[in-house]
Design a protein around this ligand. Sequence first.
Ligand SMILES: *[C@@H]1O[C@H](CO)[C@@H](O)[C@H](O)[C@H]1NC(C)=O
Ligand SMILES: *[C@@H]1O[C@H](CO)[C@@H](O)[C@H](O)[C@H]1NC(C)=O
Length: 273
Amino acid sequence: MRFTQLMSASIFLSLVVAVAVPLGRRDADFTSVRRKQTKDMSGKRGDPPGKYFHESIFSEHELGYSEQKTALRNLMQTFLATFNDLGVETWLMHGTLLGWWWNKRILPWDSDIDVQVSEASIFYLAAYYNMSVFHYQSPRIPDGRDYMLEVNPHYLNREQTDRLNKIDARWIDTESGLFIDITTARYNLTHPGGEGMMSCKDGHEFRDTYIFPLRNTVFEGVSAKIPYRYTYLLREEYGDKSLTDTEYNDHMFNEEKMEWIPTMKDMTLQKNN
Ligand SMILES: *[C@@H]1O[C@H](CO)[C@@H](O)[C@H](O)[C@H]1NC(C)=O
Ligand SMILES: *[C@@H]1O[C@H](CO)[C@@H](O)[C@H](O)[C@H]1NC(C)=O
C-alpha cells in the first residue's frame, strides 16, 4: 500500500451490515487487503490470465434487500466524497443515472453502480492514487471503515478489443468486498462519427457534447455530477417509458414520498430473489 490517507467523512454514513457474510455481486481480487477473508472467493481461478479484475463468485443474493441498499449507499457516498476531495471529475451513468432521474438515489433493485471518468482522470488516478486507502469514520461507524481505490494496469490499453479489462478502476469496501466499477470514457480518434465521439471499453459510445459540460447535482445526499444531456442518454439507453413508468421490478414510485416502494409486502424482510 503506497500510502494511507485519513479522512473523516463529511457525510453521514449509515451503519453498514454485518460483515461475516461474504457480500457483493462481484468481487475484486482483494485478498491482500480484505481482513476477514479466509477463502479465495475472488473467482480468479476460472478467469483467463490477462484479466485483471475478477468477477465475484459470491452470489448476488447473499445480501438482504435493505442491507444491499445500505451497503451500496455507503459505497456511493464515500466514493463521491473522496473524488470530490481529490478534485477528480466523475459522473453517473446507466442505471445509476436513471436512479438519479427519479429521486436522486440508487434504484433499490439495482445491484451495482455505474460511474465514469475521463481518460485524463484515469491517468491521474493511476499515477497518484492506485491502492490508496481512505478511512471513513462517522458517528454511525465509530470504528471507521477503509475503502481502497485500485486501478487496472490495462487502463493504458484504449481498445475495445481488450474485452477482459473493460473496468478501469474499482472503489472497494475492504471489509465487505463490495465495490463500484469505474469505467473510462475515451476520445475515439478513428470513429466514423467524426470528431468528438467517445468510446468506452464496454462498447458504449456517445458524443462528448452529451456528457460535457457536466452538471452539478446531488446523489444520495452528496455532491455529484451528471452528463449534460442526461434525458437524451436515458431515453436512448432505456426508452421513453423508463422516465414515466412508475411501476418497475416489483416497485412502485410514490410521488409524495419521492421513493420507490416495494410492492411485495415482505420484500424488505427477504433476501433478494
Ligand atoms: C496498482 O497496484 C496493483 C498492486 O500493486 C498493481 O497490480 C497494479 O498493476 C497497479 N495499477 C497500476 C495502474 O499501476
Ligand atoms: C472507435 O469506434 C469504432 C467504431 O465504433 C470502434 O470499432 C473502435 O473500437 C473504437 N476505438 C476505440 C479506441 O474505442
